[in-house]
Design a protein around this ligand. Sequence first.
Ligand code: AHR
Length: 683
Amino acid sequence: MKMRKRNIQKLYKLSPLLLAYVLFIAACQQEPISSTKTASVEKETLVVDVSNPISEIQPTMYGIFFEDINFAADGGLYAEMIKNRSFEFESPTMGWEQPNSDRHSMNENSGFATVMNTGATGGNQHFLHVKVKADNAYVLANEGFRGMGVKADAVYELTMLTRLQSGTPMKLKCQLVTEEGKVLGETAVEVGNKTWETKEVTINTTGTEPKAKFQIVFENQGEIDLDMVSLFPQDTWMGRKKGLRKDLVQLLADLDPGFLRFPGGCIVEGSELEKRYQWKKTVGSIMDREVLINRWNTEFDHRPTPDYFQSFGLGFFEYFQLSEDLGAEPLPILSCGMACQFNSAELVPMDQLEPYVQDALDLIEFANGPVNSQWGKLRAEMGHPEPFNMKYIGVGNEQWGPEYIKRYKVFDKAIKEKYPEMIIVSGSGPFPDGEHFDYAMGELKAMNVEIIDEHYYRNPEWFLENADRYDNYDRNGPKIFAGEYAAQSVAIASPENKNNWECALSEAAFMTGLERNAEVVHLTSYAPLMAHAEGWQWTPDLIWFNNLASYGTANYYVQKLYANNPGTHLVPLKSNGAALTGQKGLYASATIDVNANELILKVVNSSNNVKALDLELPDGTKIGNKVEMHVLANPDLDTVNSFETPEAISPEIKEVEINGKVTDLAIQPQSLSIIRIGLLTET
Ligand code: AHR
């Protein structure tokens, strides 16, 4: 089908029909959206039974999936600007430069920094010892995450641990500079204390620069120690110190997500068990959080990122806090003792599984337990005595085969015994079909598990063809969590994949099927969520950012339209007696919002024709004189949003006069329309 669509587009480009087509599209855009005065308009009647709700739409229906992939945490959401602030990367000075150190023969008398062992284990094993031989001769610089985004007239908060080793107090000039060395802002620090001391200062900036760096100019001779050199913008999400990047969280908040799944993704599993995500190492003092190589550091030869590590400054407490900020249910996914089966597939023996299970039980206590419990106490000490009210917990990410089922059963039993109210999410593996999927589904259904996580990374045709995936799914079986999905324009994990309109539209079509089956589909999330334009490993992604800017993709706006217009109850929608699952390029679902007393239609038109919709409602149903339409449309399926054109595909909101009856409501070609219709009678 993709080939066919592409050929059609090419044909239009080559033939005189192009002109007619362009004029036709232009006319559609200029005319009121309800106008359908063209020959190629096709009529369609939707019969919507607003008085017979099928089921509730779960408040969790549209959520988000966060994984630290593509620099999504360090270098992204977590607003720390210094890379390797604590000298704990595998190469402890990675990210740091000494441009004029005394290792260069021409600067023999400048100075040098040496990495020292603290002698401790855990989070803080190294610090930096700096020996300066001449005044103003030595500089230590940090490159940030592909540079640092600095804004003019902003305040940056610098903290660092310092200690004077010998000599007179050391004067430091701490600066933000451009690549060319122009100073954007600076502040002075004096190190005179012979025991470790935290310095807290601010830098006010005068210029904007996407690729700034931070540097310390050592103004006099002497020897000092440095550790935890940290720089954050003052203007973070909710103004929290050492917090999250405001523009990125705002994009998430605008989605109004029903849940936040974290921390992944494959990152949960680790390429080996040793490198799995261990939540206990991500809470408590930031100093004590043990830096770990990011599993995406080495995953793809096509996008090597040797400087990708996890500081865990964004750890489990912060994830819970973010969930709370967003009004989203926290949904942590934990290792089940199986490393990534695409990597080592390392297994913890069954008789050594207990610590993994204990981690799950302790996490529930951390999130929900009383402040006098061991883990609840830590939560309180971190500033949140109230419970986070976590309701869901996931066991394993993309595991498959009998080893998963064996381990899942142990977790299930232990969690349910202690916390019967906890809803456990199980997984069906990486693929939406095939031997592993069938096996997992069979076993999990036999166990009558509550929710199964399914992943679909497939081409756009698959999404169009699978809008009916759950139409015949057992209504009494486990509920579905469409936990990771994204249409792949080329192939899974291809670096050529694009967030184009073709992919986004196909996801929109598929989502009518998820919503139409809200009886069984309780949670859904696109994946991955975020990517740094220079630090990514995986594409497509919902949100792209660099060090200064960010934008939502076409796929983001699809998610946003669904998540902002969920409705409270699913109602039947039929055309010619059947659900709309792609007949003549149309896909649709219908919900009502009993609070707003509105009918909400979601209609995808993947054809090249305008559709003229008539709406039939039960006798006696009265509707208002206007409908509100949120339309995402573009005749060019290759269109993408970008930093230059961040809203090339973004919703247009229109009010359309209907005079109490929907007839000939125009649905544009290649579009997703959310149609909100006021109901004047109670449903
Ligand atoms: O979303 C990227 C990766 O895709 C996830 O980490 C993994 O769960 C899936 O294979």
